[in-house]
Write a protein that binds this ligand. Structure first.
Ligand SMILES: CCCCCCCCCCCCCCCCC/C=C/C(=O)SCCNC(=O)CCNC(=O)[C@H](O)C(C)(C)COP(=O)(O)OP(=O)(O)OC[C@H]1O[C@@H](n2cnc3c(N)ncnc32)[C@H](O)[C@@H]1OP(=O)(O)O
Ligand code: FAD
Length: 664
């Protein structure tokens, strides 16, 4: 609707160049223009409308998703979209579907773990969607413990085939997206057995359904695992169950970049480390970090716009009531989330760079930074998804009662987003991986091994154990070196304390299990340090646009000082700061909230989300919330009739009964 902009008075307060900020948010002018074009293309196409999706039953919902995926593919072909454009288009369609797994995991698994010949054979088919793939790793009995998977792939030298088999109920593949009803193929993870010997878990390309009539290949049992959390939401996805009864596949369908099985059934290791079998997870975790900022920004955009529209209390002399965004409590809950959206954006950018760097090094047979890439992707996936899921729920509360309505867009966003804390690695399990990496790094300090990359600060551990925070005034908390040192000292001291406690155990594994809750806290501190330091690095770049850098500085310090406040126990107990300095940090935080306040609406406008993508009456660009909320209510099927179905069977007899009782 072109009409009154109810948020115009807010937009008039802006102190920076919003268009320049849009480019900073998108990452580049190219990324901005491309995503903007794709967002508008999707929003203007009636085939992609999302209204009423939450009211559909499972079958209708799923069919609707199939229709949209097919339409998206048609448009991609008609418009000759590049891979990058097609990715944006699918993103703005905004509905989880089998295509996420096909493009997000099946294709990357073949690229990362397949040999050149395997890539030449399978990738063209996948790129043209002549086959549709899924990623079948998790089983009913095991997800986190990948080495505990039970599906077997036994080499039969007589026929030069692998026999894929599900020996137990718990070995049934369980969860893979797209598997239940759509995928024709899957990368199946199974224990490799040759000549009676086990060789660990490996990936195999397995055909599941006929390419002619979509029926399962004989010996394969396959279906959907059932409804999941929330209306609509992730129920557009056919997460599946799959069992194999001695399914035969040719030998050349084992992904053999890490390990080759010869015609005789001999295993020949290549020069790449075994961990590369987990490479697809590293890739996807990196994309999940980038997606976290997108989801968080959606929730924050809705809550910020609505907080500027909503008024409660404070009217004097019959004047306007107070906008809820002006309450300090609202600001102290909302603005750190706004700051987190930007912080996660920049750390996501950096992680993408790290991933690209690792990939290039791997191609040159340099595997040295693989452990760090694993720790960073695992830790940041855990940190950002936990924070984002919590933030979406906080945004719902920030919108009061209306936030609980599906029309706010927040319940569906939460339901779709929250499994990110579990898939691609349970967030606690991933933090334990980070802890192992940190403890290993600390234990090697004595042997003179210099830590690099994100753990370089541990190389200065002696200084960090002794340093005193140099803050005397609230303004001192606006110095990057001061903030960075406080976070480095906290993380280093926590790591060293955990390492010392671990060394008291005779068996390190016993110690690790016993101290795991403490270790996870050290991992969180380390990951928060990464986010803060990458935000500070971003500020050092030459960022064009009036007032843009200033806003980013404010957001960076809000992010860091709010963490300091939230995790004050860590900072105080490790002696990194004094209670007085903590109190000064809080003073600074309040001042930063006041500085962000006039720019809040423009800072969420910079996300450049269309109303279609936001899918929220509360988050509308024009702020015209109440009439639209009222209009939306009447669309509910319950309002199709004035007197509800069931009145004659249930309400009327009850009323009559009461009437009779009253007469008695
Ligand atoms: C309003 C509406 C909104 C609509 C929005 C619509 C948007 C739609 C978009 C949504 C789409 C999202 C798409 C996402 C789809 C999700 C699909 C999900 C897929 C999956 O979940 S796949 C399955 C993932 N599974 C896991 O992650 C399992 C977790 N477990 C593990 O990763 C490992 O087994 C482990 C890490 C726990 C390790 O186990 P273990 O201790 O047994 O260790 P190992 O012996 O195996 O290995 C030890 C050494 O290896 C190193 N290591 C481990 N992992 C890696 C790795 N990945 N890379 C490199 N190195 C690794 C360890 O560090 C050890 O090293 P060391 O040196 O020996 O110590
Ligand atoms: C929506 C969704 C989509 C998915 N899509 C796919 C897919 O496409 N393909 C696929 O293969 N899989 C998929 N999965 C499966 C997913 O990867 C696993 O569920 C996930 O890795 C967690 O494993 P789990 O279910 O075995 O959890 P569990 O490991 O059983 O976790 C249960 C609890 O135990 C704790 N725990 C486990 N191990 C430890 C430990 N060592 N120390 C301390 N605590 C521990 C966890 O923290 C958690 O609290 C999907 C899952 C979901 C929810």
């Amino acid at each position: 609707m072109k009409g009154v902009d109810h948020l115009a008075h807010e937009r008039n307060k802006t102190e920076f160049d919003v268009d320049a900020m849009k480019i900073v948010w998108a990452g580049s002018r190219h990324a901005f223009e491309l995503s903007d074009r794709m967002a508008r293309l999707v929003a203007s196409d009636p085939a992609f409308q999302k209204d009423g999706r939450i009211r559909l039953g499972r079958k209708e919902l799923f069919k609707n998703t199939l229709r949209k995926a097919a339409h998206a593919w048609k448009r991609i072909l008609e418009l000759h979209l590049t891979e990058e454009e097609a990715g944006w288009l699918r993103n703005f369609v905004d509905e989880p579907s089998f295509t996420d797994l096909h493009w997000g995991m099946f294709v990357p698994a073949i690229k990362g773990q397949g040999t050149d010949e395997q890539q030449q054979k399978w990738l063209p088919l996948a790129y043209k969607m002549q086959i549709i793939g899924s990623y079948a790793q998790t089983e009913l009995g095991h997800g986190s413990n990948v080495q505990g998977l039970e599906t077997t792939a036994t080499f039969d030298p007589e026929t030069d085939e692998f026999v894929i088999h599900s020996p137990t109920l718990t070995s049934s593949k369980w969860w893979p997206g797209g598997l239940g009803k759509v995928s024709t193929h899957a990368i199946v993870y199974a224990r490799l057995i040759t000549n009676g010997q086990e060789h660990g878990v490996h990936g195999f390309i397995v055909q599941l359904r006929s390419l002619d009539d979509h029926m399962p290949i004989p010996g394969i049992t396959i279906g959907d695992i059932g409804m999941k959390f929330g209306n609509g939401a992730y129920n557009t996805m056919d997460n599946g169950v799959l069992t194999f009864d001695h399914i035969r596949i040719p030998r050349n369908q084992m992904l053999m970049r890490v390990l080759q099985v010869t015609r005789e059934g001999k295993c020949v290791k290549s020069n790449v480390p075994r961990q590369l079998i987990y490479g697809t997870m590293v890739f996807v975790r990196q994309t999940i970090v980038a997606d976290a900022s997108t989801a968080l920004a959606r929730a924050v955009c809705i809550a910020t716009r609505y907080s500027a529209v909503r008024r409660q209390f404070g009217s004097q002399d019959g004047g306007m009531e107070t906008q809820v965004i002006d309450y300090k409590t609202q600001q102290s809950r909302l603005f750190p989330l706004l700051a987190s959206a930007y912080a996660f954006r920049f750390v996501g950018e950096w992680l993408k760079w790290l991933y690209t760097d690792v990939t290039q090094r791997l191609q040159a047979n340099d595997f040295s930074i693989l452990p760090e890439a694993h720790a960073c992707t695992a830790g940041l996936k855990s940190l950002t998804t936990t924070a984002t899921a919590d933030a979406i729920e906080e945004c719902r509360k920030l919108c009061g009662g209306h936030g609980y309505l599906c029309a706010s867009g927040l319940p569906e966003l939460f339901a779709v987003y929250v499994p990110a804390c579990t898939y691609e690695g349970d967030n606690v399990v991933l933090l334990l991986q980070v802890a192992r990496f940190l403890m290993k790094t600390v234990s090697q300090l004595g042997s003179g091994k210099k830590p690099v990359g994100t753990t370089a600060y541990l190389g200065r551990v002696q200084d960090l154990l002794q340093c005193c925070c140099d803050v005397q005034t609230a303004e001192d908390w606006l110095k990057p070196s001061v903030v960075l040192e406080a976070f480095e000292a906290r993380s280093a001291r926590m790591c060293v304390a955990r390492a010392q406690n671990l060394s008291k155990f005779e068996n390190p594994e016993d110690g690790f299990a016993e101290l795991s809750a403490d270790l996870v806290e050290a991992s969180v501190a380390h990951c928060q340090l990464i986010v803060v330091s990458k935000f500070i690095d971003k500020l050092q770049q030459d960022i064009p646009g009036k007032g843009v850098n200033r806003q980013l500085q404010n957001l960076c310090y809000i992010y860091a000082l709010n963490l300091l406040h939230k995790y004050l126990g860590d900072f105080l107990s490790t002696g990194c700061i004094t209670p007085k300095q903590a109190s000064l940090a809080n003073d600074q935080l309040r001042s930063l909230y006041s500085q962000i306040r006039p720019n809040a609406i423009a800072l969420v406008d910079a996300f450049n989300y269309t109303d279609h993508y936001l899918g929220s009456v509360l988050g509308r660009y024009d702020g015209n919330v109440y009439p639209k909320l009222y209009e939306e209510a009447w669309k509910d099927p319950l309002n199709d009739s004035v007197v509800p179905d069931g009145y004659h069977e249930y309400i009327h007899p009850m009323l009559k009964q009461q009437l009779r009782n009253a007469r008695l």
